[in-house]
Design a protein around this ligand. Structure first.
Ligand code: HEM
Length: 512
């Protein structure tokens, strides 16, 4: 060290090279100082710059990104791109937002499941803020204590065990009401009926009974309001795709106004339902419902938010999609009926506890959620900070979407993927069969409820009826449409079918 200092001082004094030595030393010292005092994010910024960029499809242009090439069915385009770009790739939506598309089960598991602490935020947009009351509704809230408290409550209140212990009667009584409605009207004329209204009334009642201990008739003013909010919520929420393209803002300004209006109505209507539960509690008539439990836990006064508006819509979409697929494939109905008849019999209705005795009926539901999940994108996750994955840079605030279409129609996982084949799930191992409920820490907390609801309904429908196409003037069957795969957002299919009773016990047991 002394030698070096001596040399330095000599050089400093003796020549031009000395200046460079001093400069180099200063640079090293400064570098070390700066490196030690920089905040970690800045250090990381340097590291991230060196990482590879995620592969990205061709066709991006300045400002618009991939807008001109993504088309009107982005999920189909993502699947097409996935074939050449591999398990993970990036799409630029407009000038700012990067969408990271998860195109393989391994990527979903590595990023969303295993690194949940980092990849569990939500993409904030004006529209989503407006419709969620600035993240008050927990499907949009940031990853933090508020979200954790909500998810804990929800998981406790509508866990599989709690549903079986406390709410099994709701599934039983409400499905009977549905079956009786269909029995009364479903086979009167050859034109059949569109079960849309019956299914929405039924689903809203099941969820509303579990959450608020309250149900409706179709003529109740409250019901009409809840139905309208449920439909508006999904329709306005689906405009979010447009919001990713900033230059479209003049077009979606109307949508933001509508989103704020829906949020206002949510506060009004569900706030009133919460007040009713509070009032009953005060008067010593506690209701057996999730809201009552939330109130008792008193950690939050936003109990109405458990009734996630999308929850009724997604479940109704799944059921209506199921009816259309069953009407198209009578042999599936016959096989399920044979299973139900053999394992349950015709002297009682199947119920939500019969899942393990009815593997084929269960497989129909799994296939339904694979074949036509209520949403192709779910709700995008986000990462607040820059991250690395397998040597790639994942920019901060990216929107992470599972390419549900690509994963669900991968022929290596599901041979003959465009055929509706429940039996493919009968011998399935324990790996995840579908991604309809999302993944990681934001995975749908209503999945057990939704599965129970869909199972009980379809098992009972299959026990009671043959679902058949309507007949035209010449009494030929009219083809029942499949839910449209090209639509990027969930739209409940409108169908006309006949519900033909299979045996004489239907009415008697449904009235019992
Ligand atoms: C077939 C029916 C349903 C489907 C397909 C479905 C699907 C989904 C999906 C894909 C997500 C986003 C998951 C993610 O971010 O990775 C989600 C979130 C959510 N779902 Fe469901 N859902 C259904 C029914 C329900 C029901 C019945 C409820 C409650 C009663 C519910 C409550 C929620 C809530 C509160 C969230 C937000 C969770 C969060 O952000 O942490 N869902 N759902």
């Amino acid at each position: 060290m002394t030698d070096a200092l001596t040399t330095l001082s000599v050089d400093w004094c003796t020549g031009r090279n000395g200046i460079f030595v001093i400069a180099a030393a200063a640079a090293v010292v400064t570098g070390v100082f700066v490196a030690n005092h920089l905040n970690p994010a800045d250090k990381d910024a340097e590291r991230f710059k060196k990482l590879a960029k995620l592969p990205s499809p061709p066709g991006a242009v300045p400002i618009l990104g991939h807008l001109l090439v993504v088309g009107t069915s982005p999920h189909l385009k993502f699947s097409e791109w996935g074939k050449t770009l591999g398990p993970i790739f990036a799409v630029k939506m407009g000038s700012s937002r990067t969408w990271v598309v998860h195109n393989s089960p391994d990527v979903v598991r590595d990023i969303l499941d295993r690194r949940g602490a980092t990849f569990s935020d939500r993409v904030q947009t004006h529209l989503l803020e407006a419709i969620s009351g600035n993240g008050d509704m927990f499907f949009m809230s940031a990853n933090g204590p508020y979200l954790r408290a909500w998810r804990k409550h929800t998981n406790n209140t509508i866990s599989k065990t709690r549903l079986e212990k406390d709410y099994s009667n709701i599934f039983k009584s409400e499905t009977k009401r549905l079956l009786l409605n269909l029995l009364e009207r479903g086979n009167v004329g050859p034109e059949g009926i569109d079960p849309f209204d019956d299914v929405y009334l039924y689903v809203i009642n099941v969820i509303s009974l579990i959450v608020f201990g309250k149900n409706f008739t179709k003529d109740d003013a409250d019901y009409r309001q809840v139905l309208q909010i449920t439909i508006d919520f999904i329709q306005v929420g689906s405009k979010v795709l447009e919001e990713f393209f900033p230059f479209l803002s003049p077009l979606y300004r109307g949508a933001i106004g509508r989103a704020a209006k829906v949020q206002f109505e949510i506060q009004q209507v569900f706030g009133r339902f919460v007040d009713e539960v509070k009032q009953d509690m005060k008067e010593g008539n506690e209701r057996n419902c999730a809201c009552n439990e939330y109130l008792k836990a008193q950690e939050t006064d936003e109990e109405g938010h458990l009734y996630d508006k999308a929850s009724a819509d997604t479940s109704a979409i799944a059921l209506l999609g199921g009816m259309s697929m069953l009407a198209r494939q009578p042999e599936i109905q016959d096989r399920a009926f044979a299973e139900i008849k053999a394992n349950i019999g015709l002297d009682r209705l199947p119920n939500d506890m019969d899942e393990s005795s009815l593997p084929y009926t269960n497989a129909i539901i799994t296939e339904l959620l694979r074949f036509r999940p209520p949403s192709w994108f779910g709700i995008p996750h986000s990462n607040l900070y820059d991250e690395e994955y397998n040597g790639y840079h994942i920019p901060a605030n990216s929107a992470h979407v599972i390419n549900v279409h690509g994963l669900h129609f991968d022929p290596d996982t599901y041979p003959d993927p465009y055929a509706f084949k429940p039996e493919r799930h009968l011998d399935a191992d324990n790996t995840r069969q579908h991604y309809a409920f999302g993944a990681g820490r934001r995975i749908c907390p209503g999945a057990f409820l939704a599965e129970k609801l869909i199972f009980t309904t379809l098992a009972r429908l299959l026990w009671a009826f043959r679902i058949e196409p309507s007949l035209d003037a010449q009494r030929n069957p009219v083809e029942v449409p499949m839910p449209d795969i090209t639509k990027p957002t969930p739209i409940p299919p409108r169908i006309n079918v006949r519900f033909v009773p299979r045996h004489d016990n239907v009415e008697r047991l449904c009235r019992a």
